[in-house]
Design a protein. Structure first.
Length: 134
């Protein structure tokens, strides 16, 4: 019987969900890898871990997203933006990958599964241009 990466990920999540110490966690993961090997499914490991991250984030109200800015941000600014986004999404936590794109001129764009928060200068200039031309 073929087992999907999603099913493996769910099983892995359930096996480590209530683990209290590092030794038991290591043992659960070792057992999981042995099962994958026995089933000749080690090639699915990347997909399994992607699915695991999705399951973990969903159960723990964590959102993954991308933050795009015109320049590198200092840690304080990054934390402030992250806190605002976390509050906006009503999430326990947010994981942001940071990308620099000088084309947005300033401000930021945050992209999540269901939302795009566009607070970029380029976006504001485009809105102003459209309102002036209308």
């Amino acid at each position: 019987m073929k087992i999907s990466a999603k099913k493996y990920a769910q099983a892995l999540y359930e096996s480590v969900e209530n683990v209290k110490n590092a030794h038991d966690l290591k043992q659960s993961i070792n057992n999981f890898v042995l099962i994958l090997n026995k089933n000749n499914d080690l090639r699915k490991i990347n997909d399994i871990f992607l699915q695991f991250a999705f399951i973990y984030n969903k159960k723990n109200n964590v959102n993954d997203g991308q933050l795009i800015t015109a320049s590198k941000l200092d840690d304080k600014t990054m934390k402030e933006i992250k806190a605002c986004i976390r509050d906006f999404l009503r999430a326990e936590d947010v994981n942001l990958s940071h990308q620099i794109d000088s084309g947005i001129l300033g401000g930021f764009r945050a992209i999540f599964a269901n939302y795009v928060i566009d607070a970029s200068v380029r976006s504001r200039l485009n809105k102003l241009k459209h309102s002036l031309l209308s």
